[in-house]
Design a protein around this ligand. Structure first.
Ligand SMILES: Nc1ncnc2c1ncn2[C@@H]1O[C@H](COP(=O)(O)OP(=O)(O)OP(=O)(O)O)[C@@H](O)[C@H]1O
Length: 585
């Protein structure tokens, strides 16, 4: 996972980036690291001849890479005796030189490596990880490896004091150092900054984002004179957002199923004066469809584990009695007590300013969605029509209507009939049981995503934005690339967004690096990288072609990352035109 700072004038549109404006950025671990072509035998300016006796890295099906020594060279082929006792024959172009003088504990900045190639980078990260050194720099980019254990000493108040004001690189690599540089640059230059956190699911992005926010709150926080401070509210918004936007997936028990951009606003004295949380691309499909051993959003399980007076009020039972939860056999998380989490979420809601009445309304809607999911349909008397299947379905329909405060008959009509409005009249057409279930799921997804947006808006109103603020620090925590057995429109949006971020990386980091090399009169032509502009052109041009199609429907979806191109937010609100035939939603 990687963390990087991007300079910027957030909130102002600026002309395209010039060379001086480019800031640091982030690459994706899901992609191969940009590096020299092996056949060029040149690794960041170090020309290497692989000869008999050379120490090299060679690919290994189990270990990814294994070190060894070249024992024979025949034309383009080489024989390598590996350190795990194998003899491997491969082409010379697939061998990478091993730095025999590299320190055993690794180097704290990857730019200090003699050979910057994939096995060298991985070896360095691994050597550091063995020593619990989870952070490593690559220039001004911070690479973080998930420790999967609490390293409390890394984040305590003593560490915060140490990193305050320390120049980047003076102390060991740390996420606080990245935040500190961003903060100091903002205070000294009056410019806004953004920190991008990227990586695949479970890499530790959200945890890192929380550390960044805690450190920024430490730098810019003020003593709470009355009530709750902005920073307290921002930090406490995490458990609320996690309860409604996180779920257990195969890779992560607390996976964020939405993207998040947190803006922390500062006054001219560098004190936090306001904040805003923007969320993107909540995974809607999870509300109605989960696969084993994943879970639905945490809030459903928390509510089922709430005190009896609450569950009785909403007529809730165990999670395995609800269709939206029992599609998977996973109901509990190891080390997590849902009953306790329910109370903790309510406390966090108090802190972010959601009133008791509003909290009841929120959980009422959550309960209504569970009841909605249990409305099964059977064939009605008319051809291709449907009705609630049995008394159980009728009970859940009644409960859903009661909790949503609408008329039960009206709700049944909405689920079992389709309405067509013509200039002359309104025509109601019945839906068969299968189509009624689809409209039920559509309603549940829409209600849930609106509820989530409402909660985010509520938190924002309660935290309050400082309209007069001149500078801010933004922290972007976004989904990484996703590729499942079956990919839907959601994966398309996520991956397209990541391709955009990759393009930003290509344009700005390589450009910036190359300018640096030119300045230092270094021959940089050996740097090759995969330019994904073709991928973006393909997607964007296909979509703009759909624009002209009369069968197309415009779907505006905000891939608005708020990510910063050399300082200004490029609001990627793409008006994507998608033919409904191709849209799974
Ligand atoms: N710095 C850290 N210290 C201790 N544990 C960590 C740290 N970073 C991550 N973890 C552990 O890894 C888990 C997954 O991390 P996190 O939820 O931040 O991943 P993520 O990249 O945001 O994943 P997703 O994209 O699925 O939301 C956390 O619940 C925590 O247990």
């Amino acid at each position: 996972m990687e963390v990087a700072r991007v300079k910027g004038n957030i909130g102002k549109r600026a002309p395209p980036a010039t060379a001086d404006e480019t800031g640091g950025f982030v690459a994706h671990l899901a992609r191969p690291l940009p590096m020299a072509r092996p056949c060029a035998k040149s690794f960041l300016g170090t020309s290497v001849n692989i000869i008999m006796g050379s120490n090299v890295w060679v690919e290994d099906p189990q270990l990814s890479w294994v070190d060894g020594q070249v024992t024979k060279i025949t034309g383009e082929n080489a024989e390598v005796q590996t350190s795990n006792g194998k003899t491997v024959v491969t082409t010379l172009s697939k061998l990478y030189p091993k730095d025999m003088e590299a320190p055993p504990g690794g180097v704290d900045d990857m730019t200090k490596l003699s050979y910057l190639h994939e096995p060298g980078v991985l070896q360095n990260l691994s050597a550091r990880y063995q020593l619990n050194e989870i952070y490593t720099y690559t220039g001004n980019i911070l690479i973080a490896i998930n420790p999967f254990q609490r390293l409390t000493h890394l984040y305590d108040s003593h560490m915060m004091t140490q990193y305050k004001g320390a120049p980047l690189g003076e102390l060991s690599p740390h996420v606080f150092a990245v935040a500190d540089v961003a903060f100091r640059a903002m205070v000294n230059e009056g410019k806004s900054n953004s920190i991008l956190v990227s990586g695949e699911s479970g890499a530790g992005k959200t945890e890192t984002t929380k550390m960044l926010m805690r450190y920024l709150a430490y730098l810019g926080g003020r003593a709470a004179t009355e009530g709750r401070t902005v920073e307290q509210q921002v930090l406490e918004s995490n458990p609320v957002l996690e309860a409604f936007g996180n779920a257990k997936t195969v890779r992560n028990n607390n996976s964020s199923r939405f993207g998040k951009f947190v803006e922390i606003q500062f006054d001219n004295k560098g004190r936090i004066s306001g904040a805003a949380i923007r969320t993107y691309l909540l995974e809607r499909s999870r509300v109605c469809q989960i696969s084993d051993p994943e879970r639905n959003y945490h809030c459903f399980y928390l509510l089922c584990a709430a005190p009896t007076e609450v569950t009785e009020k909403y007529k809730l039972g165990k999670p395995n009695t609800f269709h939206y939860l029992n599609q998977s056999n996973c109901y509990e998380l190891v080390g997590v007590n849902d009953a306790y989490e329910y109370l903790a979420t309510r406390r966090a809601m108090d802190i972010v300013g959601i009133s008791a009445q509003e909290q009841d309304a929120i959980f009422r809607v959550v309960a209504a969605i569970l009841h909605l999911g249990n409305i099964n349909f059977a064939k009605g008397q008319e051809i291709d029509s449907s009705v609630p299947k049995d008394d159980k379905a009728k009970f859940h329909l009644k409960m859903a209507a009661e909790l949503l405060m609408c008329d039960a008959e009206g709700l049944q009509d909405a689920l079992c009939k389709r309405m067509m409005i013509t200039p002359e009249e309104v025509i109601k057409r019945p839906l068969d049981p299968q189509s009624a279930a689809v409209s039920r799921d559509g309603l549940a997804k829409t209600i849930y995503s609106r509820l989530f947006d409402w909660i985010v808006d509520k938190i924002n109103v309660s935290i309050g934005q400082d309209q007069a603020s001149k500078s801010l620090i933004g922290v972007l925590d976004i989904y990484g690339f996703e590729s499942f057995k079956t990919n839907s429109f959601e994966q398309f949006c996520i991956n397209y967004t990541n391709e955009k971020l990759q393009q930003h990386f290509n344009q700005h980091v390589f450009k910036m690096e190359q300018e640096e090399y030119t300045k230092e009169a270094i021959d940089w032509s050996y740097i090759e990288f995969v330019d994904n502009q073709d991928v973006l052109d393909l997607i964007e041009k296909v979509l703009s072609n759909y624009h002209t199609s009369s069968r197309s429907i415009t779907i505006f979806f905000f891939l608005s990352l708020g990510f910063m191109f050399s300082g200004m937010p490029i609001f990627l609100s793409s008006a994507l035109l998608v033919n409904l035939d191709h849209c799974s939603e």
